[in-house]
Design a protein around this ligand. Structure first.
Ligand code: FAQ
Length: 320
């Protein structure tokens, strides 16, 4: 018989050798809980994250832009589904996770609590928000939990299409009228700081990072990834012809990185505590969608029960 100590040692060795933990493997409770928390929060973010851009689908300026935006928003729904499935491999129940989101026991990314005021916001979300998501998620493709890491590979491929479509939209607008250029700059001014906050609190205040890095769920700290994002984005802003709204932003040759100002961490704390510009609206829309979908879930459950009953009577495979 395998003792608890042997199980723990086997788990530790698997992590140390950069091998993957799979659903049927033994894992410490804390590892399972941390993964469920992070994956569920990630899944909720993808689903709630459909709202800010989704509201522009009916107002897209051309058929081409509409087709692109529709595809992007549908991709985000798909990401939510892969992630909920990954959480289910850990024994979580998707319905319960949704309840926990709706009653505030689980979070979703702070970024989706800001409003989208013009079509330029669609471009800036693609460029900055998907750009930040890629920075954060590419290392998660090497996360120690197999189903999460594998989901991330496909998600990251799709996110890079999202980032490109956003950047291409902004390039087009920057070649347009002065009003279009102003709309892009205004959107950049509003989304820059919230994008930096997506990486989470500063390392000194991040309660989960040390443990998650030891378990190789996270591969970099919040501050490391934030810096990587700034370094990647500044040259893109220059090529686009927009100014990033940070007077402290400058190249530091000694560090080999850009220095940048401190995000407003009080604002971050307020937003994740539920008091951002759109928190109430986002949850109300999510709750209404969940309630409106109740009949679909009930129909699926009763269809599955009927199928099981038929199979039990030896009539498997007979269509209703
Ligand atoms: N917003 O100790 P840490 C996307 C919470 S997907 C809200 O540093 P951790 C695609 C954190 O949960 C965007 N809450 O935590 C898209 C914890 O609270 P708790 C989502 C935040 O987990 C694009 C507390 O603060 N991506 O954008 C945030 O080690 C366009 C302490 O924080 C992911 O979820 C925040 N920004 O590191 C869709 C990626 N930051 O639970 C549509 C996966 C922190 O103790 C359109 N997640 N908190 O009460 C991660 O990489 C990590 O979970 C971090 C946080 C880095 C987000």
């Amino acid at each position: 018989m395998t003792t608890p100590r042997e199980l723990q040692e086997h788990f530790d060795r698997t992590i140390e050798r950069e091998q993957r933990i799979e659903p049927r493997d033994w894992m410490p409770d804390g590892y399972r809980k941390t993964l469920i928390r992070q994956i569920a929060q990630h899944a909720h973010s993808e689903i709630i994250g459909m709202q800010p851009e989704g509201k522009w689908i009916t107002r897209a300026p051309s058929l081409r832009r509409k087709a692109i935006l529709l595809a992007k928003v549908q991709d985000e729904a798909g990401h939510g589904l892969y992630l909920y499935s990954a959480a289910e491999t850990l024994g979580a129940d998707r319905g319960e996770l949704t309840e926990m989101l709706l009653d505030g026991r689980q979070k979703y990314s702070s970024i989706f609590n800001y409003p989208t005021l013009s079509y330029a916001d669609v471009g800036v979300i693609g460029w900055l928000v998907d750009g930040a998501a890629i920075c954060n998620q590419v290392p998660l493709c090497r996360s120690s939990y197999g189903p999460y890491a594998r989901a991330m590979i496909r998600i990251c491929k799709e996110e890079s299409f999202h980032q490109r479509q956003g950047y291409e939209l902004l390039l087009t607008m920057m070649r347009g009228t002065p009003e279009q250029r102003e709309a892009v700059q205004d959107a950049v001014n509003r989304w820059w700081w919230p994008s930096l906050m997506m990486f989470g609190p500063p390392d000194s205040e991040s309660r989960h990072t040390a443990r998650s890095m030891a378990w190789k769920i996270k591969r970099h700290t919040n501050d490391e990834l934030r810096q990587r994002f700034v370094d990647m984005t500044v040259p893109q802003a220059e090529a686009l012809g927009v100014t990033l709204p940070d007077p402290e932003l400058r190249w530091n040759p000694e560090r080999g990185h850009y220095d940048f100002g401190e995000p407003d961490w009080d604002e971050f704390r307020r937003v994740i505590a539920g008091d951002g510009p759109c928190n109430a609206e986002r949850i109300a829309v999510r709750r209404a969608a969940h309630e409106e979908g109740a009949w679909v879930r009930e129909a699926a459950v009763s269809y599955a029960a009927k199928q099981a009953e038929r199979a039990g009577r030896g009539g498997a495979g007979v269509a209703a």
